[in-house]
Design a protein around this ligand. Structure first.
Ligand code: NAP
Length: 455
């Protein structure tokens, strides 16, 4: 689901260019050449002193797991080339627990320097093609071309975590800092995805699995996957994580093309670390794309911190919340490090959350609606609503499709639940029509502030 796959990286690794050149913590140089050179290199200039090129620095923004860092690019040819490539989103792999690296297919115009010290936050090019971001201080005997450095590295190591991480590099428009500092949550209707503030892409429509159990759940998820759905919402509380995992594993679809959301229930918050491992075990799909706290509750901040740690460990890619509204978010957000990537709340034409949605989106957080069709027991009334039915017939679509499309046009991700293969297919056919502003307003006028569940 990402802009860049690691395919080239794998090729590079297979060709034996696995190291991006830093000296391992053991201080053992990687190649024999470097062993023989090592003594003289000790006297060479370090990046931290003479090689800083501060004359004409440009500032860029780097986003890692929802955390934003500012980096200054040096005034050299490679840095200029890199800047021209922005915005970029890269899957950066880990090396030696001190750097993240990515191999480009083309070479930069490098001017390698022998360096003595590397500093946390240094952004360098190794071997003309390998972008390296260091998150530890270390000594090195390798040559690099300095690109720039992150100015304030507080939280960098934690944000990067272990293993592969998605890193976004953006041009920092200094004339509008406020705008560039918030993730753009607008939907791409071509790719049918949205980019989360964690850097990962997520489909904007999917299937919800509440109340689907065992075989029915496996079959429904399978039908959804066969119809092009790539977003699946489950939860510990739905007692079907195993079934969702089974359908995903048996689908034959590459894991990285499917996006699975699950949730921790409040009764798990006190022991969230174990609960995360339990979810991973039940799903058995290598990693969790997005994990949410299902409801506010005792120990929710601690549980969120456990999810943050799991992001660092590569167990979870993105994290978020469910059933958090304005007040709850205002209280919660200052207590956590990673900004939630998504908030999932009840949203349908009879309960529209017209104040809450823009507030959440203004924070760069994606909004997802549950009970998009009103929820079981309420769907008939909503689907037969006269206004919605009329709009539907004018477009030759069903009421369900109109409601789902209305959500998408409001920037709300939809996860309708269904065990009916025809409905499942129907719920994917949302991109061959568009509601007019007037139709959007007509549906807006149906709001009754009528919740269909207690939370
Ligand atoms: P929903 O999507 O609003 O409605 C599901 C009902 O709609 C089912 O009875 C389904 O029946 C019917 N349906 C689906 N597509 C239809 C279509 N095209 N035409 C006619 N009827 C259709 O309710 P939900 O499944 O409970 O909610 C959606 C998802 O949100 C859940 O599955 C769950 O993943 C999530 N959720 C989250 C929370 C939370 O607290 N975070 C709470 C509730 C739900 P058929 O099976 O016959 O199609």
């Amino acid at each position: 689901m990402r802009k860049f796959t690691t395919a080239f990286l794998i090729l590079a690794l297979a060709l034996g260019i696995s190291a991006c050149g830093n000296t391992p913590k053991s201080e053992t140089p990687i190649s024999e050449n470097n062993v023989s050179e090592s003594r003289t290199e000790q006297t060479e200039t370090s990046l931290s002193t003479d090689t800083k090129e501060t004359s004409k620095m440009t500032t860029i923004q780097i986003i890692i797991n929802g955390q934003e860092f500012e980096a200054e690019l040096y005034d050299n040819e490679a840095a200029q080339q890199f800047r021209e490539m922005l915005p970029l989103q890269l899957d950066m792999d880990d090396l030696h627990d001190n750097e993240k690296f990515f191999y480009f297919s083309d070479s930069f115009n490098t001017a390698d320097q022998e360096m003595k010290e590397i500093h946390e936050g240094d952004l360098l090019i190794y071997d003309s093609k390998c972008l390296v971001l260091f998150y530890e201080n270390l000594e090195t005997r390798y040559k690099y071309t300095p690109l720039g450095k992150i100015s304030d590295t507080a939280g960098l190591k934690e944000a990067l975590g272990a293993g592969t991480v998605s890193v976004s590099f953006n041009i920092n428009d200094m004339t509008d800092t406020a705008q560039t500092s918030v993730n753009d949550v607008s939907f791409n209707f071509e790719t049918k995805t949205v980019t989360l503030n964690s850097g990962y892409e997520m489909p904007i429509y999917g299937i919800g699995t509440y109340s689907l159990l065992d075989e029915e759940c496996v079959n429904s998820v399978q039908a959804a996957l066969e119809n092009g759905v790539r977003l699946i919402d489950t939860a510990y509380m739905y007692h079907n994580e195993e079934s969702v995992g089974e359908a995903v594993r048996n689908s034959g679809i590459p894991r990285e093309e499917i996006f699975v959301i699950t949730k921790l229930y409040p009764n798990q918050f006190a022991n969230a670390e174990a609960a995360i491992d339990e979810a991973l075990e039940k799903l058995d799909i290598e990693y969790i794309d997005l994990m949410l706290l299902h409801h506010p509750g005792n120990n929710d901040v601690d549980a969120y911190h456990a999810m943050e740690a799991a992001v660092s460990e590569g167990k979870i890619r993105s994290i978020g919340l469910s059933n958090w509204y304005v007040e709850e978010l205002e209280e919660f957000l200052p207590q956590v490090t990673i900004t939630p990537a998504l908030v999932q709340n009840e949203i349908h034409p009879y309960y529209q959350e017209n104040d809450v949605i823009p507030y959440i989106q203004s924070l760069g957080i994606v909004v997802q609606g549950w009970y998009p069709l009103g929820g079981r027991g309420h769907t008939a009334e909503l689907l037969n609503n006269e206004v919605i039915s009329e709009i539907a017939s004018s477009h030759g679509k069903s009421s369900a499709q109109v409601i789902l499309r209305w959500n998408l046009q409001k920037g709300v991700v939809v996860i309708p639940g269904s065990s009916n293969p025809e409905h499942i297919k129907e719920n994917t056919e949302l991109f061959d029509f568009e509601l007019t502003d007037k139709e959007m307003d007509l549906i807006k006028s149906l709001d009754r502030n009528e919740k269909h569940d207690w939370y």
